[in-house]
Design a protein around this ligand. Sequence first.
Ligand SMILES: [Zn+2]
Length: 387
Amino acid sequence: MKITGDQALVKKINKSLVLDNIRQYAPLSRTQVSQSTGLNKATVSNLVQELIDDQLVLESGQGQSSGGRKPLILLFNKNAGYAAGVEITVNELILILTNLEGEIIAKSTASLVSHQVSDVIAQLQAEVNILLKHLPDSIHGIVGMGVGVPGMVDEQGNVLFAPNLGWEGVALREQLEHLFQIPVIVDNEANAGALGELQFGAGRQAQHLVYVSVGTGIGSGIIIEGELYKGSRGYAGETGHMSVESYGLPCSCGSQGCWELYASELAYDHSIKEPIPGSTTADWVRRAEFDEPESRDLFQKIGEYLGIGITNLVNGFNPELVIIGGHMRQAEPWIDPYLQEVVSRRTLPYHRQKLMIQYSELGDQSTVIGTAYMAVSQFLGRVKVSI
Ligand SMILES: [Zn+2]
């Protein structure tokens, strides 16, 4: 019988559904998969057999039976392949290798020697090669690479604008796919961080959350109904350039009074009388630990401004959870009381109900765990159907 394109598509969707179900809820029997997906038992059996042939699903032991023969239990084969997660920050290259369930197999961090695109790619290649020495044997090998960058990225993986790296119009995905000969996905670091926290961190129980990455600027990853919201062209989440001061400081984006000037590490140059060139959040945290008044005042101001921007996000998106990530989360003890006070005073009462504000659980690894997850998802979404 000839199968039509529509039938092939339906089968592919059903196969993804079955795989996703087993991945999330295993151990499961075929009957349980049938019940939770709504697909009939024969369809589930066929698709499960294909997934077993692909070695993405394993059959093991015997489950509970309500009578008759005990069913075999299905498990997700989390070690059928591995993904590389990468983050390019202003100062560092952070890399991890994970299995298909996001478990970290190996990791490394290297100081970035230069911001030249060709230098960064060469250094990335050297670091990936070192990391891949830890790659265990598996049926699918390395299934892809996800890369997070501090800038705007389009749907084709081109870095349109990353001011802190000095990059404009860099075809990063294309260059990396050519170099490594594996599928590559490139996204903004805050989008990846939001996915990392949603899947494996502070956002595991949430459906509607905003992840605010606060470092040398501010970017946000917005999750709506469990999915990353990217906007019409993929640029959503540039919240660092929300106007919070009508006649405020000029910003590198061409506007003025942008949120990140007052609430990110950029405030170290703007909010104190005698800025210390090159000072980092770690430096200011150390000073705050010694109760040094200037650092306490600085973090109070940053906390209040973070509260103002978060108020705008809460009133606009009605999330259940806001997660603060990036370097600034290290200052939690000094910024949090002011931030919470501003949010509880300024947000609309209905929006405030059940709202939680937390700090990233994955720390420096929110983005790399998110990018590795993107690569895994892309691989699992490509699972072929036999027709
Ligand atoms: Zn701006």
